[in-house]
Design a protein around this ligand. Structure first.
Ligand code: BES
Ligand code: ZN
Ligand code: ZN
Length: 521
């Protein structure tokens, strides 16, 4: 049995993974239009022998040792992430791409806080699959490299490219597991990566297409097509008003586009009464800054200011596909932040749903205004824990860049789970402080209980988190500032340039871990 998945690049329903029989010769998937990606490990300088993976060795035997021979005479040993291509080695594959996996058994790197084997596999397989994609083959078979999940993630994440609005599209390529071992883990990897790609599609999408209404419809349709254990509420402006979410509404009123409060429920636990894990995601489908308008250069990137909503929703979609036994709720306040005659003005004061008043000294600090009401509302579900994700501050990008998501949390248990999850996924987190020091800088406001900007410029990500904390009473809460990881330039080798959909896989891994740990949180 082989597991296959084609790379889907649209907002259409998932191109689902499906099995094909390996031993039956199949006219459509065998032969000259197929590529094979195989891994090779790095060897010590003095070692001359080529060290292939298990699948590589098996293939080498089939071609009577030709692969190892070619590899050793065609140049120096392959470096990590580099590729070498051979043609006409075997009748079933027109091209075989060999990829460098680095040192075998590197394990967890304590400095880097990630599993190096997994990261190496993701990067190498992504590079190999792209080579096959460039040859415009419709099929590629992938070496599981001893970790089928990481290999599948590398393939699906590496092949993704957004061309929704281009007339000339990249030809579709179907990814298949080479061999019959590890089908289950391979399948899990496909689903994890497709989850991240869903977040990438939503984030990359232009703001005139991915409006609050469209965002909610896409997630609603996806969820309903996956599981019957879901409820989707697309709350309209009247509902938001009835909820007295005035802080959220104050941001939304500057735009002609109606706001939406998306509320999704997934009942994965057999105990329907089990307290849910509640996710909250910032859903600003375009952030111009409002009256405190942003500079025009690179303002287009602010179409991804709904990255929090995209990643938490995609993580819930993925958890539902994986049938994770846990109860989840996702909340996303969705709207635009634009300047207009109706928009917030610096110095305006609003009363949030919690009753606290907020002085809006900077209309560009709108994320915390929409989250204040959503976080307060999250408490009404008797949550086991609350986790929010938001492209909240430019200061977060200044602090950590794209290396890791900043996590502000009042719970050591939540931190441990997020951190452990991120070592496995390679989409890292780093703990940030929630000191009273920062709280003092947002509670000292001339006109209201809170100011939406800190008294000083320094520590902007920390003052933003301290502001959110004013709307949280739950003992297990984590705020993820994902502004720094929103976009990939060239830092993560298995993601092409563009909106990154991070940290969707870490959230999925975190959900899975929490579903197995009913004690600590
Ligand atoms: N959406 C931005 C933060 C952002 C910046 C995300 C860059 C991704 C990349 C947020 O709404 C914002 O503008 N924050 C302000 C806060 C400031 C006015 C206190 C910022 O970071 O400059
Ligand atoms: Zn802003
Ligand atoms: Zn914003």
């Amino acid at each position: 049995m082989q597991w296959a998945s084609c790379v889907f690049l649209s907002l259409l329903p998932f191109c689902s993974a499906f099995p094909t029989e390996a031993d039956e010769p199949c006219a459509s998937t065998c032969g000259t239009d197929k590529g094979l990606v195989l891994g090779v490990y790095a060897t010590e300088k003095e070692e001359k022998a080529v060290q292939l993976t298990k699948a590589g060795d098996a293939f080498d035997q089939v071609v009577s040792g030709k692969l190892k021979e070619l590899l050793s005479i065609s140049g120096p040993p392959l470096k990590k992430g580099k590729t070498r291509i051979f043609h006409a080695l075997h009748q079933n594959f027109s091209s075989v791409v060999i990829v460098g996996l680095g040192k075998k058994g590197a394990g967890v790197n304590e400095q880097e806080n990630w599993n190096e084997d997994k990261e190496n596999i993701r990067a190498a397989i992504a590079a190999g699959c792209r080579q096959v994609q460039d040859l415009e083959f419709p099929y590629v078979e992938v070496d599981p490299c001893g970790d089928p999940q990481a290999a599948a993630e590398g393939a699906i994440l590496g092949l993704y490219e957004y061309d929704e609005f281009k007339q000339k599209k990249k030809p579709a390529i179907e990814v298949q597991l080479h061999g019959s071992e590890g089908a289950e883990a391979w399948q899990k990897g496909l689903i994890y990566a497709e989850g991240q790609n869903l977040a990438r599609i939503l984030m990359e999408g232009p703001a005139n297409h991915v409006t609050p209404t469209r965002f909610a419809a896409v997630i609603g349709e996806k969820l309903k097509s996956i599981s019957s254990n879901v409820t989707v509420h697309i709350r309209d402006q009247a509902w938001i008003e009835a909820q007295e979410m005035r802080s959220f509404l104050s941001v939304a009123k500057g735009s002609e586009e109606p706001p939406v409060f998306l509320e999704i429920h997934y009942q994965g636990s057999s105990d329907t009464k089990e307290p849910p894990l509640v996710f909250v995601g910032k859903g600003i489908t375009f952030d111009s800054g409002g009256i405190s308008i942003k500079p025009s250069s690179n303002m287009d990137a602010m179409r991804a200011d709904m990255g929090g909503a995209a990643t938490i929703s995609s993580a819930i979609v993925t958890a539902a596909r994986l049938k994770v036994p846990i109860n989840l709720i996702g909340l996303a306040p969705l709207c635009e932040n634009l300047p207009s005659g109706k928009a917030n003005k610096p110095g305006d004061v609003v009363r949030a749903k919690s009753g606290k008043t907020i002085q809006i000294d900077n209309t560009d600090a709108e994320g915390r205004l929409v989250l204040a009401d959503a976080l307060y509302y999250a408490h009404s579900f008797n949550p086991r824990a609350i986790v929010d994700a938001a492209t909240l501050t430019g200061a977060m990008d200044i602090a950590l860049g794209s290396a890791a998501t900043g996590v502000f949390t009042n719970s050591k248990q939540l931190w441990d789970q997020l951190y452990e999850a991120s070592i496995v996924t390679g989409d890292r987190v780093w703990r940030m402080p929630l000191y009273e020091h920062y709280t003092k800088q947002v509670t000292d406001a001339p006109l209201a209980d809170l100011n939406n900007i800190g008294k000083y410029r320094s520590g902007g990500a920390c003052t933003a988190a301290a502001f959110l904390k004013e709307f949280v009473t739950a003992p297990h809460w984590a705020h993820l500032d994902i502004a720094g990881v929103m976009e990939n330039k060239d830092e993560v080798p298995y993601l092409r340039k563009g909106m990154a959909g991070r940290p969707t896989r870490t959230l999925v891994e975190f959900i899975t871990r929490l579903s197995q740990d009913k004690k600590s949180v």
